[in-house]
Design a protein around this ligand. Structure first.
Ligand code: ZN
Ligand code: ZN
Length: 304
């Protein structure tokens, strides 16, 4: 299953011409997912060739403007283009009211339905689940209620052996039974053994998105049973501004890298950079000294 992540915005509260506020587009497990939607996200989608009309889910971490201000414009544009498919929006309480006022006074009548799924007040919660994907949300520590997400591919424990030539004769109903490690007995009483027709599957891929938060090493314990392949962690400041990070409920690049280490992630992407940093190479170096497989999630970067 493919994983394709496009960074649409990597700035923090104040944008710069090079860095739009937070937004990412994730194509994964048969879904087209927008994660946060800072100001100008729809322009960035056009710039980086993201197919916004295929988007089926939106996740908004919190209601600071740099994470959602792009949404009214994007939603309106999709309506002007004649979208009819409903759009599922997973968000904190209050976003629906903000959008309602916007569309009421702007006399905007949408061509499609917005389906709001409001985050519960719990430390963690499964927000979505189908046969290919599950999405977990969890509480972060920020000035405002803010949530992180884990997007996890769902896989059966085993997959069908391609090299068995007679595998093509398997009754269609046998597939899911065998993939789940059980034997299948067909209508004529013949037993098809799972071991003969399947091999263990790869571990499911998962992507964790952690933005706007104080450093929370305790989260790594909580995710001990999830294999995080790619981790995005905010890195608003460099290590010399650690005090400032604490006072503003943000993290440093070194803390992001420490989190990647203790959570067992394979790859770290850092973003949400303060506008004070013109050159991001020193920040990248700071993180790489702690966790070598770190990359800058700058605008337009694509990770597969
Ligand atoms: Zn922010
Ligand atoms: Zn914030």
């Amino acid at each position: 299953m493919s994983f394709e992540l496009t960074i649409l915005g990597s700035g923090s509260a104040t944008p710069t011409p090079e860095r739009y506020p937070s937004a990412q587009f994730l194509v994964f497990a048969d879904h087209y997912i927008l994660i946060d939607c800072g100001e100008g996200t729809q322009v960035q989608m056009m710039r980086y060739g993201v197919k916004s009309f295929r988007m089926d889910m939106v996740f908004i971490s919190h209601l600071h403007p740099d994470h959602f201000l792009g949404l009214p414009g994007l939603i309106s544009s999709l309506s002007l283009k004649g979208r009819t498919e409903p759009l599922d929006i997973y968000c904190p309480k209050g976003l629906q009211e903000i959008l309602d006022v916007q569309f009421l006074f702007g006399e905007v009548h949408l061509s499609y339905e917005l389906r709001f799924h409001i985050f519960k007040d719990s430390s963690e919660n499964i927000e979505f689940e189908d046969k290919n994907l599950s999405v977990l949300s969890f509480e972060l520590s920020h000035r405002l209620a803010c949530r992180g997400f884990v997007f996890k591919e769902k896989k059966t424990p085993r997959k069908i052996k391609k090299e068995r030539t007679d595998a093509s004769k398997l009754p269609p109903e046998a597939y899911s039974v065998l993939r789940n490690g059980k034997d299948y007995i067909d209508t004529e009483g013949k037993t098809w053994h799972s071991e003969d027709y399947t091999i263990p599957n790869d571990t499911p891929f998962s992507y964790a998105y952690i933005t706007d938060t104080l450093y929370m090493p305790q989260l790594a314990n909580r995710f001990a049973d999830i294999e995080i392949n790619t981790l995005y962690h905010e890195a608003t400041f460099m290590n010399d501004l650690k005090e400032k990070a604490i006072n503003t409920f943000h993290s440093t690049a070194v803390e992001a890298a420490e989190f990647a280490n203790i959570s067992g992630a394979n790859r770290l992407l850092i973003g949400h950079f303060s506008s004070r940093y013109k050159d991001l190479e020193p920040m990248l170096q700071e993180a790489r000294d702690v966790f070598p497989n770190t990359f800058l999630a700058v605008d337009g970067a694509r990770f597969e």
